[in-house]
Design a protein around this ligand. Structure first.
Ligand code: NDP
Length: 480
């Protein structure tokens, strides 16, 4: 059995109360390790370590920070195989995906912010005619929190930690209790890279206990959180009277809008990915597919054919396209949406059943599922399901599809497939989402702002937006 420890002040330690939680392997459906069930005392210990490290870390030169972050990036790259194996085991995702997406991106996050911090500038405003100049500094905040979900464990964990420490803060971080393994391995990498003790502290445990202690801590001044919308709302309620700075990256129910004038083959390939990559457990997946009526029947046939060829299987098998869902609870949640779909709501076009994978009989495997729905107001189109389930619906006009795309409480991302420039410009402006992809999906440039509107969150991460979040402006006005 593997045992994960907290990483506090550069050391690996057991939780103070010596309580542990079981950690499951989703493809086997069995316990394979234990993680700390950390309490308020462990969070306090992590806070103290961070607080102690702050004066020194916040005054290290940008060059020193650049060197250490670059070293972390390099060590992640060198440990790619080991980290990818750990991610696939812990999360159930195909090893091939962890190797090509999750772990390389974790390394890129550190590489990107190692460089970005050296380019991040202060501002000056000359008050002309008043003989004064204003210098606006961007100061590090102090001790900040980074809380991340289970779907892209190391990828999202490092997406928060890298800018936080690059900007001179010290961090108390909590990965999801469901996928703690790669966060644990990151501690060792940080030590090897020479990150000073206490700059990053990783506390494992339940959201309701460990997470709660972090968000309630009066001296943790900013929280960067990625997770569900209801958890985000809870955090906002706790944080507001404590005047904490918040960045909330929350759920999505993203439209994928397909016009008949698109490049059909490319659209089809990409739509299979945007529907089912990572078992559909990506906040950016296009879970509501709207297809122009003139190509609806053709699309339905071609899409079902492609999706039925996807191989659901052991994450460690190189032929696997779709691995296990992350937990039994999550599998049951997704399945309950499928099972409760009545004839009046929609028609199951493909999938819907659990899959029995050889040698992994107790694993949480589910077929990729396509349901044709009749009304955008149905539960399947309004609630975030976050699994391998997409709905499809025809539309006739631009107005109709924009109305349906926007008629949902979320506003994270949207995808548009068309080769008509006027339509592109018109619709991208009309769609209520933080991100719009045209003729592509999940093409990321780390300099761009990332985040959602409406119930998909508050604030933006990425590039300078993240460095702005993790710093506070101070204006100094000098009269001369
Ligand atoms: P949760 O909201 O359940 O959990 C996210 C993190 O918050 C976990 O580490 C969790 O710990 C912790 N947490 C739970 N309760 C509290 C609390 N009271 N105080 C502090 N922390 C707490 O989300 P999931 O892990 O289920 O992730 C899936 C969700 O994440 C989906 O809604 C998805 O859309 C969203 N997401 C959004 C993205 C975006 O960029 N907008 C990207 C990726 C995912 P624990 O796991 O131990 O309970």
């Amino acid at each position: 059995m593997k045992k994960i420890l907290n990483y506090i002040d550069g050391e690996f330690t057991a939780p103070i109360q010596n309580n542990w939680i079981e950690n499951f392997n989703p493809s086997k459906g069995e316990v394979y390790g234990h993680i700390p069930n950390s309490t308020k005392e462990d969070v306090e210990k992590a806070y103290q370590a961070a607080q102690k490290a702050f004066p020194s870390w916040s005054t290290t030169t940008l060059n020193q920070r650049h060197t250490i972050l670059s070293k972390i990036a390099l060590l992640i790259e060198e440990n790619l195989e080991n980290l990818a194996q750990a991610e696939a085991l812990d999360n159930g995702k195909p090893l091939s995906l962890a190797k090509t997406i999750d772990i390389p991106r974790a390394s890129s996050n550190f590489k990107f912010f190692a460089n970005a911090i050296t380019q991040f500038s202060s501002e000056a405003h000359e008050s002309i005619g008043k003989d004064a100049i204003n210098i606006t500094l961007r100061e590090s905040i102090g001790v900040v929190a980074c809380i991340s979900p289970w779907n892209l464990p190391l990828y999202l964990f490092t997406w928060k930690i890298a800018p936080a420490i690059a900007a001179g803060n010290c961090v108390v971080a909590k990965p999801s209790e469901i996928t703690p393994m790669t966060a644990f391995l990151l501690g060792e990498i940080c030590n090897k890279a020479g990150l000073p003790n206490g700059v990053l502290n990783i506390v494992h445990g339940l959201g309701s206990i460990t997470g709660q202690a972090i968000i309630e801590h009066p001296n943790i001044k900013a929280i960067s959180f990625t997770g569900g919308t209801s958890t985000g709302a809870h955090i906002a309620r706790i944080a507001a009277p404590l005047f904490k700075k918040l960045s909330l990256e929350l759920g999505g129910k993203n439209p994928n809008i397909i016009f008949s004038d698109c490049d059909y083959d490319e659209m089809l390939e990409t739509t299979v990915r945007s529907s089912f990559a990572n078992q559909g457990q990506i906040c950016l997946c296009g879970s509501r597919i709207f297809v122009e009526a003139t190509i609806f029947e053709k699309f339905k046939k071609d899409f079902v054919k492609k999706v039925s060829a996807l191989k659901v299987g052991d994450p460690f098998c190189s032929k696997t396209d779709i691995g296990a869902l992350v937990s039994k609870t999550h599998l049951e949640k997704v399945k309950s949406y499928i099972d409760s779909t009545g004839e009046e709501t929609g028609k199951l076009l493909f999938g819907g059943k659990k899959v029995n994978v050889e040698n992994n009989e107790n694993g949480y495997f589910l077929q990729p599922t396509i349901i044709e729905v009749y009304d955008n107001k149905c539960r399947l189109n309004q609630e975030e399901i976050f699994g391998p389930l997409v709905t499809i619906m025809p539309f006739n006009t631009e107005e109709e599809v924009v109305q349906m795309a926007n008629d949902v409480k979320y506003g994270l991302s949207a995808t548009l497939w068309t080769n008509n420039l006027n339509r592109t410009m018109k619709l991208t402006k009309q769609l209520h989402s933080g991100i719009v992809w045209v003729n592509t999906w999940l093409l990321r440039d780390l300099r761009t702002p990332f985040g959602g509107k409406k119930a998909s969150g508050v604030g933006r991460e990425g590039g300078n937006e993240a460095l702005r979040f993790f710093t506070e402006p101070k204006n100094i006005c000098i009269k001369y």
